[in-house]
Design a protein around this ligand. Structure first.
Ligand code: AMP
Length: 217
């Protein structure tokens, strides 16, 4: 059960990955979450990553490779994992292939979530997240019970700096130029599963469950 979840920013892959991983007892590995933690903790990788993330660019491949390599060694990743936000360019895809090969492993499926560009901006600009536990909400589509407060840990919700409209445009550009070519790469490898990302969280979850072959469960 080794998955990559691919797709443009705001497509909902993180939300889907959390539920999917919890249900199947595999690790949810989000490089965005790991980098935000590194920024919050002021680690050397975090200091390097901060200005790049705020501008909607990609953090250097070697920084992310090291983080993912360490994370794959955790016990919870042994039964399987979902990589959410990694790889993000062809070099990272090759790094990942080699890293897995060294462990005698390979990817089983790459789920590519698809969404029209017009649907992305409202999704990202309405997104709010909990700086404490990482829970993610949307002001209209998935609001917390009390406005602006996390349901799980009572912390005040924040808007990510890179969810501001100017940065959203740059992230979309980065996605189109660097990440989107991976869809073809994995299609050619015969492991791509496309999933329509429009609609509610439950609708997308239903499509995801229907699309992922039973033998992968
Ligand atoms: P995300 O939460 O996946 O949208 O990631 C937020 C930001 O973290 C991205 O806009 C990038 O700046 C950085 N980032 C996340 N994953 C990667 C990666 N695999 N390679 C390079 N930068 C990344």
């Amino acid at each position: 059960m080794r998955f990559v979840f691919l797709g443009p920013p705001g497509v909902g892959k993180g939300t889907q990955a959390k539920g999917f991983a919890a249900q199947r007892g595999i690790a949810h590995i989000s490089t965005g979450d790991m980098l935000r933690d590194a920024v919050k903790n002021g680690t050397p990788a975090g200091l390097k990553a901060k200005p790049i993330m705020e501008a909607g660019g990609l953090v250097p491949d070697d920084v992310v490779l090291e983080m993912v390599g360490e994370r794959l060694e955790y016990e919870d990743a042994k039964p399987g994992f979902i990589l959410d936000g990694y790889p993000r360019n062809p070099k990272q895809a090759e790094d990942l292939r080699v890293m897995l090969e060294q462990r005698g492993l390979a990817l089983d499926h790459v789920v590519a979530f698809e969404l029209d560009v017009e649907a992305i901006v409202p999704r990202l600009s309405g997104r709010r997240s909990c700086p404490q536990c990482g829970a993610v909400y949307h002001v209209a589509a998935n609001p917390p019970k009390r406005a602006g407060v996390c349901d799980k840990c009572d912390t005040g919700l924040i808007q990510r700096k890179d969810d501001q409209p100017e940065v959203i445009r740059d992230r979309m550009k980065t996605y189109a130029e660097k990440t989107e070519p991976l869809i073809d790469y994995y299609r050619k490898a015969g492991i791509l599963i496309p999933v329509e990302g429009a609609g509610t969280v439950e609708e997308v979850r239903g499509r995801l469950e229907a699309a992922v072959p039973v033998e992968a469960a």
